[in-house]
Design a protein around this ligand. Structure first.
Ligand code: GLU
Length: 473
């Protein structure tokens, strides 16, 4: 039998990290078993589903590289099919029309609560005779849940799970307007789409016995299930916007690589010894649906940052470029006028953790900046820096070859002639040419900034110092 998994989000918001992790696990299991992965959009809640949310899911999946073999299927396109199956269930005596009014159900509920019973439908319309049924009257359709016995299944994550049927009441499968409900549509879809393994959040665990009973009524074997625990924030509470980014696309916007996010997500609920770094190929090879953690995992942004930096440092520049390109466009930074970015990436990936930060630190090599970074300027562009900057500028201007060694010598000679330490020339020079106090070694920095730019920026720094001196006096 071909293994088939599915990711079945409801398009009511963005693709959040919990959903993305579920999608990844389903995708990995399908890939590991040479099976198929299906994307199904559960959009029957017409009030809460939006086309923007559908797009956000597709964008998130696409950005993560979680490609699907079938779909996207939309539940709203399948209403005729659901109607057909409801009819089948009614005809087979496994579902029935229920005419109970809202008032009656409210009263029933209240009495049960007073008697400390679990609120549930009492089955009044289960036994209506043909002449008591008038389908022109408002009614819902309920599934006839078995009243005795139990539903037990082996969950990949939770182990053996048992529910007594008496805990489950006769679930509404079609509302008064005829629209089908969640537990029912999921079963029809999982059946029609021949899903063999369902992995989803453990908030769905209580739905599973109901779904298994509907499968039984349809004479079809249910898939196997695994319910993964939720993701917690680093404070141990359910992950929410309070904790920062929870939407997958926000991670892209914040400068994370999909490789890092996937690697992070796979470890958040699954492990292989104490290995932390997994390429996609390794994940596919090693991922085991039976090895998922039972306990909830807490989100740890530092670990994600560490992974992101790891991938920035180790990925081939050609693989990194498309991701960097997106951020360059956001920042309107063109790389046309400056050094080869492949030379800069290894140097700067050591110093930053996200692509967004990377763009910021490489900017001065491609584009003029307006202002010196205030703290760096305050510290290093002071009156005492004027003379070293003037002298080093003259030496740099005289260089015929703009080469690292020659640049280094010019700086060294300046320090020697003025009998000051290298730092007294170097730091003002660094702030002058990059606007910041952080850059690689000065010879490389100046080489990348380029001669014309470097000289102009030194002038700008000298003007800044002069202005500061006049203001101070
Ligand atoms: N549509 C459901 C959700 O977004 C998931 C249903 C399922 O995986 O069975 O929570």
């Amino acid at each position: 039998m071909v293994v088939k998994t599915r990711f079945a989000p409801s398009p009511t918001g963005y693709l959040h990290v919990g959903g993305a992790r579920t999608a990844l696990y389903c995708w990995l299991h399908a890939k590991a078993k040479k099976g198929k992965f299906v994307l199904r959009i559960e959009d029957t809640d017409l009030e809460r589903s939006t086309p923007e949310a559908v797009q956000a899911i597709l964008d998130g999946m696409n950005w993560l590289g979680l490609d699907f073999d079938e779909g996207p299927f939309y539940q709203t396109h399948r209403f005729d099919r659901y109607k057909e199956v409801i009819q089948q269930l009614v005809e087979a005596g496994n579902a029935y029309a229920c005419f109970c009014s809202r008032e009656r159900l409210d009263e029933l509920r209240e009495t049960q609560m007073q008697n400390k019973q679990k609120p549930r439908y009492d089955g009044k319309c289960r036994h209506l005779t043909a002449d008591q049924i008038d389908l022109s009257q408002p009614h819902v359709i309920r599934f006839k849940n078995p009243q005795e016995g139990k539903v037990d299944f082996r969950d990949f994550v939770k182990g053996d799970v048992v529910f007594a049927n008496e805990e489950l009441d006769d679930l509404i499968i079609a509302r008064t307007d005829g629209s089908p409900t969640y537990n029912f549509t999921v079963v029809v879809d999982d059946k029609d789409m021949e899903i063999t393994h369902v992995l989803r959040g453990d908030d769905h665990l209580n739905n599973t016995p109901r779904q298994i009973n509907i499968f039984d009524a349809l004479g079809h074997k249910s898939p196997e299930y695994g319910h993964v625990p939720m993701i917690l924030g680093d404070d141990g509470k359910k992950l929410s916007k309070r904790h920062g980014a929870v939407s997958v696309m926000q991670y892209r916007d914040d400068g994370y690589l999909p490789q890092a996010v996937l690697n992070y997500l796979v470890r958040l609920g699954w492990s292989h010894g104490d290995q932390e770094i997994f390429s996609i190929e390794e994940m596919i090879e090693l991922f085991d649906i039976n090895g998922l953690n039972k306990a909830p995992s807490a989100f740890n942004t530092q670990k994600l940052n560490w992974l992101n930096q790891h991938y920035m440092k180790t990925m081939k520049v050609d693989d990194l470029m498309p991701h960097l390109q997106w951020h360059l466009e956001q920042a309107e930074l063109s790389l046309d006028n400056g050094p080869a970015v492949k030379d800069l990436i290894p140097e700067f990936a050591e110093r930053v953790q996200t692509l967004k930060e990377l763009v910021e630190v490489i900017k001065p090599y491609y584009q003029d900046f307006d202002d010196f970074e205030p703290n760096a300027a305050k510290k290093h562009l002071r009156g005492v820096a004027a003379e070293p900057l003037q002298l080093v500028k003259a030496k740099l201007a005289a260089l015929a070859d703009w080469q690292a060694e020659a640049i280094h010598n010019a700086i060294q000679q300046t320090a020697d002639e003025l009998e000051i330490g290298m730092g007294k020339v170097g730091m003002p020079l660094r702030v002058a040419v990059t606007g910041t106090g952080m850059s690689p070694s000065l010879d490389i920095t100046l080489l990348w900034v380029g001669k014309d730019r470097a000289l102009k920026r030194i002038d700008k720094a000298l003007e800044f110092i002069e202005k500061r001196l006049t203001q101070d006096n």
